[in-house]
Design a protein around this ligand. Structure first.
Ligand code: SAM
Length: 356
């Protein structure tokens, strides 16, 4: 198994059979060896600095009906909210004072979020904080919409592909939502020059090693700047309420594999990872992740952005949460960076854009 890990580190890929072996047969010693190598690669690129993104969950209205998601359209128990532009700007100002230099605006596919409104929000954030990056994570939109939002100043876009296997995608989503459309969106985003993030849930219902290998192959093709992965966690008011959650072990294994496949990748230790284990995010960093995304949403709405049960939602003020997370990172030899944290290769693009 160690030879496979060495091969992955050297060649950044493996044949399917070897990926399958790593995903299904790695023992504890192999896993530690993988994490050690992945950590060394991440440290070589990023040192001991962990990039931070302030996550602002600005709407939980959603027209989609993904079977796994707590804010799906059919969940009548969800208490819906939408932030005003001023509230978003207020959260960014607080975040900026603390050291955040990237703001991630995430939400359901809210029909009220028009291109005009969203572009206005992005432009206002960029005007107030020209040294910051804005990441959008607002689902599937038209190519024209993505173009307008990019023009307004959005730098990055997170749109997990969820699973690269069409039949599996069809079991996780209603028929109106297709993998083909999702892939088309990711392609448009790439062509428009966004730093694009794809990704998937680990341990989603019916997921197999073959599905995971298809995900890795899709990522090899897409070459995204970021990959967001986290365990699937059931939500009580969804059709998947009774499925088991994905595991910490499998998620960490995939983080290590992804780091060796894509040395410069922006790879978050996600909230879902911190939800299934109290030190899940630290373990994620120690397996090769290099990004954390603390919650910057107003206290009053955090519980309403309930994608899955028991999502971490500590009631801490943003300042407290920055300090505590920094202390946690320092305890494992890392520290939070006050930095936009662009994907390698995009720093020069940005400097050129700043000059023009
Ligand atoms: N609407 C946008 C989109 O679809 O990209 C952003 C919001 S969506 C809720 C963000 C991500 O949450 C999804 O890509 C999905 O992978 C994740 N998610 C939703 N339900 C989840 C669950 N039950 N467990 C773990 N992750 C979940």
């Amino acid at each position: 198994m160690r030879e496979l890990i060495d091969q992955l580190a050297a060649e950044h890929t493996l044949p399917d059979r070897e990926f399958a072996a790593l995903l299904t047969q790695a023992g504890q010693g192999d896993r530690e060896y993988l994490f050690h190598r992945a950590r060394r690669v991440a440290q070589g690129r990023f040192g001991n600095r962990v990039y931070t993104r302030g996550l602002i969950e600005f709407t939980n209205h959603c027209r989609c009906d993904c079977y796994y998601c707590g804010i799906r359209r059919s969940n009548r128990q969800a208490s819906r909210y939408r932030l005003e532009q001023e509230e978003i700007l207020d959260r960014c100002a607080t975040g900026y004072r603390l050291g955040f230099r990237t703001f991630v605006l995430q939400g359901g596919e809210d029909p009220a979020v028009t291109d005009r409104w969203m572009a206005g929000v992005v432009a206002a954030i960029k005007a107030a904080h020209p040294d910051c990056a804005v990441t959008l994570s607002i689902g599937e939109r038209s190519g024209e919409s993505y173009r307008l939002l990019r023009q307004a100043g959005a730098d990055r876009y997170l749109l997990r592909h969820e699973t690269a296997t069409p039949a599996h995608y069809a079991r996780l989503h209603p028929p109106a939502q297709t993998l083909e459309r999702r892939m088309g969106c990711l392609q448009s985003l790439k062509e428009l020059g966004y730093q694009v993030g794809a990704g998937f849930m680990v341990g989603s219902p019916w997921q197999t090693a073959e599905h995971l290998i298809a995900d890795l192959r899709f990522l090899e093709q897409l070459q995204p700047a970021m990959v967001g992965i986290g365990p699937f966690i059931p939500h009580r008011d969804t059709p998947f309420a009774r499925f088991p959650a994905g595991t910490l072990e499998q998620t960490l294994l995939l983080l290590g594999i992804l780091r060796l496949m894509f040395p410069g990748l922006l790879l978050p230790a996600t909230t879902a990872l911190g939800t299934i284990a109290p030190d899940g995010r630290e373990q994620g960093i120690l397996a090769g992740a290099n990004v954390v995304m603390p919650n910057l949403s107003p206290q009053g709405v955090r519980e309403k952005y309930s994608l899955y049960d028991n999502k971490i939602c500590t009631g801490e003020e943003a300042a407290e949460s920055w300090e505590k997370l920094d202390a946690r990172m320092r305890a494992i030899g890392y520290q939070l960076a006050v930095d936009r944290g662009d994907a390698p290769g995009f720093e020069t693009v940005r400097r050129d854009m700043d000059r023009s």
